[in-house]
Design a protein around this ligand. Sequence first.
Ligand code: HEC
Length: 108
Amino acid sequence: MLRSSMPFAKALAAALLALSLPVVAQDSTALRTSALAATCASCHGTAGRAVNGASVPGLAGLPASYVVEQMKAFKVGTRPATVMHQLAKGYSDAQIDQIAAYFAVQKE
Ligand code: HEC
C-alpha cells in the first residue's frame, strides 16, 4: 500500500514545490530589498520617514529616478556630501535601483 502510493506522493510533492517556488523567490527578494533599505534607516528614519526636526532628509515617497540619480552623483563625487559619498560606494547599481524603488512606494 505504502509502496504503490509513493509515485503519487512524489508527484504531489513535485507539484507543490513547483507551485511554491516562485512565491518563495518573491518573498526573499522583498526581504532582501527591505533589509537593504533598512541600512538607511539609522539616518533617514524607519522606511525612509524622517522624524520631525531631523536634519537628515526623509527618503519615503521620493521618485525612484531622483534617488538613483543622487546615489550615483554621491558615488562619483559630483554631488558633494558629508557622508553619502562614502556610503553610496557600498551599493551596486542594481542594489541602488532596488532601494530606490522601495522608498518610492513608502508613504511619507
Ligand atoms: C550615517 C547616516 C546616513 C546613512 C546610513 C544614509 N544616509 Fe543618506 N544622507 C545622509 C546625510 C547626512 C545626507 C545629506 C548629504 C550629506 O551630507 O551626505 C543624506 C542624503 C541622502 C540623499 C539626498 C536626499 C535629497 O533630498 O536630495 C539620498 C537620496 C540619500 N541620502 C540616500 C540614502 C540611502 C539610499 C541610504 C541607504 C542605502 C542612505 N542614504 C543612508 C546620511 C545618511
